[in-house]
Design a protein around this ligand. Sequence first.
Ligand SMILES: [Fe+2]
Ligand SMILES: [Fe+2]
Length: 179
Amino acid sequence: MGKATQDLRKEHEAILHVLKILDQMFTSTLDATKKLQYYSEVVNFFRIFADKCHHGKEEVYLFEELIKKGFHKESGPVGVMLHEHKLGREYISMMNKSLEAKDLAGFDTAAAKYSALLRQHINKENNVLFIMADEVLDETKQDELFREFEQHEENVIGHGVHEKLHAMIHAWAAEFNVS
Ligand SMILES: [Fe+2]
Ligand SMILES: [Fe+2]
């Protein structure tokens, strides 16, 4: 497994962990105000970490490299992944609108769609696309991509925010008993 795809797999673990926490938030008996507060923190995590940072690494660097190797941008595995990232952004915007309107039912509907989309998306990347990527990208290219990922991460979230997001995940996991 290459260094770049390994980094993305690690981030998938973090995203899946937060989706598990979100499942617990759905069924918790917290009052509406508290729930809205947690939901807005979680949506912020999806927007910054899952979309800007993680999907950014995939779209700007990894997928571009795969396209150079002959993958199509509009169809096939890369085309499908790009389409799903776009759909994910639409669900994030639906979740944000529901939060602004304090509409918990609307939020739950959009969040359930987002969660189902991301789970199957990650599954396809881990088990199909990244395996193909490991076959076509040599170690030097993977190392180069990994360095670009680190720079991207620094540019879009920065060290301070990264630490803050991790601290938030720990706090949610403790509050909602998710290991
Ligand atoms: Fe992706
Ligand atoms: Fe991914």
